[in-house]
Design a protein around this ligand. Sequence first.
Ligand code: GP9
Ligand code: MN
Length: 662
Amino acid sequence: MWTSSTRPGPKPGLLFTSVVYVLFVLLILGKLRLLHGNLQLPYIDMGAMDFLIAAGCVLALSFWVFWLPFRARLWALALLDLLLTALIFADLVYFRYFGDFLTVPVLLQAGQVESLGGSIAELLRWRDLWLFADWPLMLTAALWGWSRRRKNAQVLSGTSTYSFGTGTPSSSRRSVRFLKRFAAGLLVLVIGFSAAFFPIRHASQTWAKNLLENNWWNMSMYNVTGLLGFHAIDAYRYAQIAIGKGQSLPEERLAEIRDWFEQHRAARTGPAELLGKYEGSNVVMVQGEAFMNFFVGKEINGQPITPNLDALMADSLYFDHFYHQTGQGRTSDADLAANFSLHPLPSGSVFIRYADNEFETLPSILKEQGYTANVFHAYDGSFWNRNRMYQEMGYDRFYTEKDYEIDEPLGWSLGDRSFLNQSVAFMENTPEPFYSFLITLSSHHPYNLTLSEQDKLPVGEFEGTTFGDYLQSVHYVDSALGDMVERLKSDGLWDNTIFVFYGDHDFSLDEREAVGKLLGREVSEFEYTQMMGQVPLLMHLPDGQLAGTYEQPGGQLDIMPTLLSLLGVDAGDYALMGSNLLNDAAQDRLVVLRTGAFTDGNIYYEPSADGVFENGICYDLATGQPTDVEQARTGYDEAVKRLAISDDVLAKDLIPTLELKP
Ligand code: GP9
Ligand code: MN
């Protein structure tokens, strides 16, 4: 007969586990909500769908605990709670500093985390303790479960006063119990996976198209996937790229790539008489947001739109058939083109996808020459993964919005006038020679800046339209650039500085009619395509030499070889895809765009959407009319070759392998 002192307690089974499990899921959801509240991300809410996805992720991560024996089950839950809490906490602290989440590459190359260094203590808040408030509870549950089970085990094995009579439970009862546990775990996995996967897939097919490839900011990924989904996708992406890199190229392909770089050595080096002509000069390079070429040197209602650039042109090199070569990585692609001389990817941004490659960049090469290299952008440092990328690129310092006094709020951030002015102030205290790369922001879409009366441009019929706003914004940027040049002159830096300005990409507007009105003539569709493709490039040399308008085509990839050679570093020795812009006009002027479009200065080839060469259009640049497509055949083959080489260099991390130095 049973007595209360000898009877084993009710066997703690599935029901008990389920209760603790639900508690565990709720606790993790609560912590994710707590983290979200701390991030204070404008426009990003944590709604019902986000909770569903988060719960799905927790389930998919922890379903296997049901397959464990009871004692291990509670311990596993406690351990999972511990690990997930640690992850959430680490993300929270990292976010407070970098405005970003931890990723696999960041964790593997701890430099960025290390740079938190002494400031970690300042990133902690007392309220963060809430994240750990459940640990005693989970630990108690695990300990209690352990002791319960031990008691039962003792009873069952006869070390207690109770004897089971017929012995241990029959093996069939054990298998039924195991099957139940197995089914429960499987069910949790299916529910969890469905709750997370289907909403994310739906988003990536609708409002967050190509989520995996086009991700420009980890926060935008987080907005769709939540924190756990973000980490899962980040790990998947890392593995995918690592596997791709691990599969080495056949020797013949590698030889083909090396040959291409060897054959183009002279095109990169440029004219011998200019090699090293400006050795030791500073370089100040400004990349202008959405700054196109069609309005440069033009007037509206009798007023010049870009009076400062117009004035600067008098003693600068102005390239007026200069193409941006960007893809989906927009601003980051222009940065890549100018500072790495590589083509962007067919999808996504190199800054996000290949940040842990080994590169030779304009800042890293100049640093080897004794330069100080700094980069300036008054915005969130995590955008386009810049915090990480700029460290990899070898910059000494990245000045982000945190380094600026926001004394002229405008558009997305600090107005360019103050941004450029404060940046020059930083440069005045930088050891020479220096390379400074600056990225402006005021002329970013949607262009509707609240400008002071003196900064306004009377845009007449375009008043109140987006096109009018755009003209206003670039006029303001021009004026900010003018002030910057004045300051560089008055502080004595100008005469020892190569000053470069170029636009990053087009303005993402379809405004053919308005552009026609501005120019006072009809603009053909082809001409408009050209305008959308072209940005200005201005280069002022310290002695004002070589000034003039250069009509031969060029592109952003050509900036780096040109600058390196002027500074006395033979660009031929590096795996750069661009050419020297100062080559004589007949030599290798092929400018290849990511779409597969290209120009050699005589023709412009526009590929067709189906990718069939013959279906593309070849324009004669002299007439602007379509001509025999066969004229584009050789250029097309070379364009395709170049894009494939650049893609391989990135996907297989080839820069350290190529070794072009004699
Ligand atoms: C923000 C800026 C965004 O840092 O780079 O520009 P975008 O890439 O959208 O043109
Ligand atoms: Mn941009």
